[in-house]
Ligand binder design. Structure first.
Ligand SMILES: Nc1nc2c(ncn2[C@@H]2O[C@H](COP(=O)(O)OP(=O)(O)OP(=O)(O)O)[C@@H](O)[C@H]2O)c(=O)[nH]1
Ligand SMILES: C=C(OP(=O)(O)O)C(=O)O
Length: 205
């Protein structure tokens, strides 16, 4: 198996728009980079990936991720799904057998979450990590790459499940808070804070 990962990242000045009422543009850019760093480090620590590639139209993001040991791919075609499709074609050319596409905004992601998904893909064609409210998709692991098209956007979980069904593919869900809590809204930030406080208290006792 040659396992690789793709992380799509929006231009910093457009990212986290749902937090624009609560955070300044600089704070939002900082938050995006901090969460991205966490996701890259966790993927690296999982030791199951040959490479991690960040796909973004933003030169600042691409420069930064190379310093963190990830590969940088300039978004050739604009739009979340189109950019990912083009990036996945490169991964196929590079001999990738299993491709993880994962959001950059998962601050509670753990090494065990990543390893579990790769264990699941041994016996499934597609592994989906639902978002906390159960309609979005925070991570998608497919073997081979592009066995289903990219359909990220509102209601994507159901759409991926339908795409898999139509192709008679075996799919599995990966449910864990590390994969489920993506940060889009101020409520998500509050939830994150609650988990962090709980973890701190658990470590102190
Ligand atoms: N390269 C690329 N990545 C994208 C694009 N749209 C979203 N992403 C990334 O996909 C993941 C999920 O994105 P969203 O939650 O839809 O966008 P967001 O910027 O995080 O938040 P909102 O602006 O509030 O929607 C994040 O890692 C984003 O940076 C895009 O057009 N191009
Ligand atoms: C893009 C997605 O998520 P969100 O915009 O909710 O982060 C998705 O779940 O497909």
């Amino acid at each position: 198996m040659i396992n690789r990962a793709l992380i799509p990242v929006k231009a910093l000045d457009r990212a986290k728009s749902r937090l624009s009422k609560h955070l300044t543009p600089n704070q939002r850019a900082f938050l995006v980079l901090e969460m991205l760093h966490h996701v890259i480090c966790t993927l690296q620590e999982s030791a199951v990936l040959t490479s991690i590639t960040v796909v973004s139209p933003d030169e600042r993001v691409l420069e930064q991720v190379q310093a963190w040991g990830a590969q940088a791919l300039l978004e050739e075609q604009h739009g979340h799904n189109t950019a990912l499709h083009a990036a996945a074609l490169h991964q196929i050319e590079a001999g990738t057998t299993a491709l993880l596409t994962i959001s950059a905004d998962l601050p509670l992601l753990q090494v065990s979450d990543v390893r579990t998904m790769f264990e699941q893909v041994q016996s499934h064609d597609i592994v989906l990590a639902p978002s906390r409210e159960g309609t979005g998709t925070n991570a998608l692991l497919v073997s081979p790459p592009l066995v289903v098209p990219y359909v990220f956007g509102p209601g994507s979980l159901q759409r991926y499940q339908l795409e898999a069904q139509q192709r008679d593919l075996k799919s599995a869900l990966a449910r864990n808070i590390g994969l489920a809590l993506d940060i889009d809204t101020i409520e998500d930030l509050r939830t994150l804070r609650r988990y962090e406080m709980r973890n701190k208290a658990a470590h102190a006792s």
